[in-house]
Design a protein around this ligand. Sequence first.
Ligand code: ADP
Ligand code: MG
Length: 611
Amino acid sequence: MSTPHVVGIDLGTTFSLAAYMEHGRPVVVRDENGVALVPSVISFFDDGSVLVGSEARKRALSDPEHTVFSIKRLMGRTLADLQKELPLIPYQVVERDPEPGRKVLHVKIAGHEHTPEELSALILQEVRRRAGNPSRAVITVPAYFDDSQRQATRDAGRIAGLDVLRIVNEPTAAALAYGLDRRRTGTIAVYDLGGGTFDCSLLSIKDGVFKVLSTNGDTLLGGDDFDRALMSLVARDLRADPARRDPELLQHLRDQAERTKIKLSDAESAEFALDLPGRNLSYRRTVTRAEFEELLKPFIDRTLERCRSALRDAELKMKDIDEVVLVGGSTRIPYVRRRVEELFGRKPHTELNPDEVVAMGAAVQADILIGGRRHMLLLDVVPLSLGIETLGGAVSKLIYRNSTIPARATERFTTYVDGQTGVDINIYQGERELTKDCRSLGRFRLSGIPPMPAGLAQIDVTFLVDANGLFTVTAKEQRSGQEAKVTVQPSHGMTDDEVERLVLESIEHARADFSARRLIELRNKADAEVRHTEKALATQAANLPAEQRQRVEAAVTRTRQAIAGDDVDRLQEAVDELASATAPLAEMMMNAVVRATLEGKKMEEVNPEKL
Ligand code: ADP
Ligand code: MG
């Protein structure tokens, strides 16, 4: 395998993996046994060493208290968000307040505390290592992730020493992997049922441009639930309470439940076998597919209900859907495929491995971002509505959920009290009407408003979500021109400083990062220079003496080669040579501009690239 410079990473709740582009096609990174999926499991040893992946997953059985799984569920969340699932997590989760109003979760293992971002970074590092340590990556997240969850994912990437080019929605990546961007026009439904999350997204495609029309889902529904349903079935027989803190039994039950479930995807019946000689426990039970489907039904019903909601949100009918894509390991279950096909009335795409398509699509997206297919644009949506607090704890929404980004909205507010010289702007995210039911994203104050009677001030509040999902709020009082602005950071999770500290803690990474960043910046610069020169050559070559032209062409070739390599010094040399070789060309174009000006045209009318 050649070493890719940039990879797409599917950072999954249960499994993670990477893919990269080779000869214009996405290739999944596999180990020497052909295995692509890295279990998102981390195991800690007393001597401080850490194990990630399938070895950690095996150890989960013998030493569950030192093993962390499903860490993605904790990303960007607070304890209050996690009430439903805490009983299902055998490791200890605590909440810390590094400062008033900001909460950070920690996982406590053998007396040490780790943030979800650090733990996810360990998974990313393992995936990165398997791919030959690339410096740049696109990382995917469920479409339903909110700002703080996306930010936490980005931070995890940085801690792992990666330059995160973009956070991309998993369904969008899946559609890309299937090459659905080649359709002239159409509507695509992506049904993603993994280990820990479910989402259904509707995308439109028009002339190679994707747009997410709506997303709906449940970050608490997936294959883990099917395992638990089987566990409960068996626990009843064993008269054991699966929620009881008996980590060893719990892990064995979980492991056997998953095995049985996977067998049932190929066979009509499977045996659930549990052998714990130490406890004098030996148990056998046959589970039929019909029995299993009975257990699945309420879960699958729920997923289909979410798909219908997504259609409603996008104001679409079932017949408007042109393609259905299945994503996630749990869509290997025949019952799931049958129900999805029934719902949409068409056969879903299953040609690619459902647990690999997201990483493949992320690789395609990464390639687009570094310039391989620059013409393609991916539009995303705002996952939750954004608004500000008005009188009485109500939220006035400025940008509604599922608005296409970039999104901008302005609304005018005024003062309530005579002589009021400042207003507090409190920003919220969520669908509910009251601030107490929404998530606070931050607050700032617009001050310096000249005193005037109540209701006279004109305060325009503008929300802007840019193409990278970065959210900025500006408030401007129109009469005085007084203005204040904030880039919104989630009010919990890690601060930039904390992330920075974690990045620097690993000196090894810090050093690698520095030269990687220099290489990235230089590559971008070189890339722009080459394109610029080629454009100029296309129009000016005939006016240039042959020997000068050859020198420019040779410099372009050398720069291109250096861009593809990773030798910073060589690239710097090539860029310098290109600059000096193109000097006569630049002079010629400048002369043309001056000539045009003397002929009475204005400078702005003359675009040197178009001469
Ligand atoms: P995630 O994106 O949530 O990390 P994946 O898409 O890899 O996860 O899906 C993992 C889930 O798929 C697990 O619950 C796993 O048990 C389940 N799974 C994998 N293969 C099969 C199969 N053949 N039949 C049923 N479920 C499967
Ligand atoms: Mg997934």
